[in-house]
Design a protein around this ligand. Structure first.
Ligand code: FES
Length: 117
């Protein structure tokens, strides 16, 4: 069985996440597992906790499926809330006006680095 190593930092070559794509990860934050995802929206990266502000479920019922079909928004697959990919603002649905929880993201030598908030 393959065991996944979880730490307080996630690194990934930026080239592996082209515009319009996402990647998921799990961070170990103060003894707690925090599931998150990175978004590349038109060349701009964002990192968010994978938890919908509505009732706290992951946004992606299908693993790593976050974008709407037109690629303009992120969508929660449970009740359809829509989010701006670069600000995390919920623009429609049961949690309109709320926001996804951001995670600190830095680019170091073409590598994305996400750490606990
Ligand atoms: S849990 Fe996301 S919209 Fe309800």
């Amino acid at each position: 069985m393959r065991r996944m190593t979880v730490s307080g930092e996630w690194r990934c070559p930026a080239a592996r996440i082209p515009p319009g794509s996402t990647a998921t990860f799990t961070l170990e934050c103060g003894g707690r597992a925090v599931k998150g995802f990175v978004v590349n929206f038109e060349g701009r990266y964002g990192a968010w906790v994978n938890s919908c502000p509505h009732v706290g479920t992951p946004l992606d019922l299908w693993p790593n499926e976050f974008f709407t079909e037109d690629g303009r928004a992120l969508i929660c697959s449970t009740h359809g809330a829509l989010y701006e990919p670069d600000t995390g603002l919920c623009t429609a649905g049961p949690c309109a006006g709320d926001r996804l929880t951001p995670l600190p993201l830095h680019v170091e030598n073409d590598t994305l680095v996400v750490r606990c908030g």
